[in-house]
Design a protein around this ligand. Structure first.
Ligand code: NAD
Length: 255
């Protein structure tokens, strides 16, 4: 039996990177997918790849920081599949800049992308999960929740680190709110991951031999892969994690 056989999963930011890897990993394990991304071409490529693995997929192009997008994806998933079992709050990202370079708009955008989207999608699915007394939510935090050595040293990542610490706090509190309803919520905190967008930036620091380069700061001595993160998300979305809620699972290569 596949680990997510016939489970319905909502995944935000599924077009590229970790979100795409999670969508394909879930498809391999038998999930039905409701995907959202603002990049239509990337989203449709993920949807096609997931269908190629046998998954039924709905794909919605929209901005995941808008309440209408969250509510709309939840109701489309319910219309198409009849229930929602899993939510992966994957959308997120940062704006590099030291504090004196960071505009108010940049700061707000980072909070919006990481925290507002996580709040909106969680709020959209939770009433349904509570009613069914079943559900798993996984959010993407980051090793940056404890500070990002390489980013802080070269570019400044205070907004990103603040937002990712916020995800950890959100998960801690939501776990308590949702526990009596048998819904679990956890986070995964990746280290430097070789995604389409972040990978080239991280590798440039490695190749320049900089003393704070990501791979040098990581005991396992290399960047992680999107699939390695997806495997951790899969564990927290599966029955194997049934007595785990409110944690942030580090996928940091040992740091
Ligand atoms: N890549 C890393 O090294 C790394 C490390 C730690 C944590 N993370 C976290 O993991 C998650 C995924 O990271 P990634 O590097 O794969 O992401 P990414 O920047 O590659 O983006 C993934 C997808 O999200 C979509 N997206 C961005 N903003 C959106 C919006 N407002 N609405 C809808 N879609 C949107 C993009 O189009 C893209 O397809 C994020 O929360 C990120 O902060 C990543």
């Amino acid at each position: 039996m596949k680990r997510l056989h016939a489970r319905v999963a909502l995944i935000t930011g599924a077009g590229m990177g970790i979100g795409r890897a999670v969508a394909l990993r879930f498809a391999e394990e038998g999930a039905l997918l409701a995907l959202i991304d603002r990049d239509a071409e990337a989203l449709h490529a993920t949807a096609e790849a997931a269908r190629g693995l046998g998954a039924r997929v709905i794909a919605v192009v929209a901005d995941a920081t808008e309440a209408a997008a969250a509510d709309g994806l939840a109701s489309s998933a319910l219309d198409a599949f009849g229930r929602i079992d899993l939510l992966v709050n994957n959308v997120g990202g940062g704006k590099p800049g030291r504090i004196w370079e960071l505009s108010v708009d940049d700061w707000d955008e980072v909070m919006r992308l990481n925290l507002r989207s996580t709040f909106l999608f969680t709020r959209a699915v939770v009433p349904h999960m509570i009613e069914r007394r079943s559900g798993r939510i996984v959010c993407l935090s980051s090793g940056a929740r404890n500070g990002t050595i390489w980013n802080s040293y070269y570019a400044g990542a205070s907004a990103y680190s603040t937002a990712k610490a916020g995800i950890h706090g959100f998960v801690r509190d939501m776990a308590i709110e949702l526990a009596e309803h048998q819904v679990t919520i956890n986070a995964v905190a990746p280290g430097p991951i070789d995604t389409e967008l972040a990978g080239p930036y991280l590798r440039r620091m490695d190749e320049a031999g900089l003393p704070y380069a990501p791979s040098l700061m990581t005991p396992l001595g290399r960047l992680g892969t999107p699939r390695e993160v997806a495997d951790a998300v899969l564990f927290l979305a599966s029955d194997e994690s049934s007595y785990i809620t409110g944690i942030t699972l580090d996928v940091l290569g040992g740091r």
